[in-house]
Design a protein around this ligand. Sequence first.
Ligand SMILES: *[C@@H]1O[C@H](CO)[C@@H](O)[C@H](O)[C@H]1NC(C)=O
Ligand SMILES: *[C@@H]1O[C@H](CO)[C@@H](O)[C@H](O)[C@H]1NC(C)=O
Ligand SMILES: *[C@@H]1O[C@H](CO)[C@@H](O)[C@H](O)[C@H]1NC(C)=O
Ligand SMILES: *[C@@H]1O[C@H](CO)[C@@H](O)[C@H](O)[C@H]1NC(C)=O
Ligand SMILES: *[C@@H]1O[C@H](CO)[C@@H](O)[C@H](O)[C@H]1NC(C)=O
Length: 385
Amino acid sequence: MLSSHLLFVAFLSSGVSAARLYASHYSGTINILNLNGNTLTLVNSTSTGNTLPSWITYDSPGKALYIADEVFYGASSGNLASFSISSDGALKASGKGPTAMGVVATTLYGGADGRSFIANAHYQTSQISTFKLPLTGAQPLQTLKYTMDGPGKIPSRQDAPHPHHVFTDPTGDYLIVPDLGADLIRIKRIDRSSGKLTECGTGKPVPGTGPRHGAFWGSGANTTLFIANELSNSVSGWKVAYPSASTGCLILTLQDTLTPYQGNASAPTGTKVGEIHVKDNFVYTSNRNDKRFSGNDSITQYNIASGGKITWVENTSSYGTYPRSFDINKAGDYIAVGDQTTSNVAVVARDTVTGRLGKMVATLRIGAAGTPENEDGLSAVVWAE
Ligand SMILES: *[C@@H]1O[C@H](CO)[C@@H](O)[C@H](O)[C@H]1NC(C)=O
Ligand SMILES: *[C@@H]1O[C@H](CO)[C@@H](O)[C@H](O)[C@H]1NC(C)=O
Ligand SMILES: *[C@@H]1O[C@H](CO)[C@@H](O)[C@H](O)[C@H]1NC(C)=O
Ligand SMILES: *[C@@H]1O[C@H](CO)[C@@H](O)[C@H](O)[C@H]1NC(C)=O
Ligand SMILES: *[C@@H]1O[C@H](CO)[C@@H](O)[C@H](O)[C@H]1NC(C)=O
């Protein structure tokens, strides 16, 4: 009696209620996870229906999931797969769209609701492609291909343009594409009704930066774009200036750059800054293969001051290796880290006031562990909220 009462109190005071997450694994599965108290369990694991699932776009109002296909060998093309989500979280395949090889990120955009189209960033094939939703199996609506005159400063990674992420700005009028190969932050204007993208300038990081992923903070004159730079292992803040004419382009001006380490120290050799997310006045990066925590890699927290300037706050464990993916829940009291090579999802407590990451609450290995530097293991994790 007493012990069950104490357990019940402990459960309540842990503050954790039930939550659902989805995690993709490069072996070709999408996994449904439940977080209940301090326990993370695998509810179901099913085939994505494509070859190398690399990324999950979760459409909360549309009760749908989109899973990108990074396939880059053994086949000539891949498929963007869509799923509908039932009230208990179960997934049902609902459509496909044929994609050229190497899709590493997707985003919803356009239409009156901001989610009538989907854009794909193709790392391998140096392009962006789009579909009108729902996916019907039809060819892309638009394909934008990029070329370079010669290799970039780091030829082993900058042999060609490599769009690595695609996401909208806070107004929904522009699409941003960090291009790791070309050292460009590509900007596209969105025609909301047709879903068509038009080139609208670039931000130009210094050669060898390798911009990978990005996230926005603020609004109006304070709007700042934070970019995680994979090759220079740093984060850059770019001030965003909006045009006065609705036909103009936004302009990016570099404001500051910081490494993920105290005193702006350089990353250990072999580190590859990965994901970036903004929550309130804090920005976080995952630092793959820096092995800062007894073999585990790290996450860095920065504070964002008025005007968008950043300061380093602390580094914490990613509770696994190669944290390719992480997602902060809406309440802001948990972060789910998707560690690729150890192939685990680690749920870590987060202080909603200070933004600091605390103890690991739960961890679960999904599928087979990966091999360092290979496209295997866990690829992405999202909270289903
Ligand atoms: C797991 O998913 C498959 C495919 O969607 C479905 O047929 C099966 O019923 C699910 N199992 C459970 C326990 O939900
Ligand atoms: C920018 O942020 C500062 C500090 O938060 C605030 O005082 C100011 O009103 C903001 N300006 C705009 C245009 O949002
Ligand atoms: C931090 O180091 C990077 C080089 O790694 C440099 O570009 C940046 O200007 C430095 N930032 C500060 C604030 O010194
Ligand atoms: C990482 O964080 C620990 C604990 O806060 C701190 O002692 C250490 O100096 C930090 N390391 C780096 C490289 O920033
Ligand atoms: C490393 O991560 C594992 C979970 O995958 C955890 O059990 C262990 O405590 C972590 N160690 C450190 C130093 O972060």
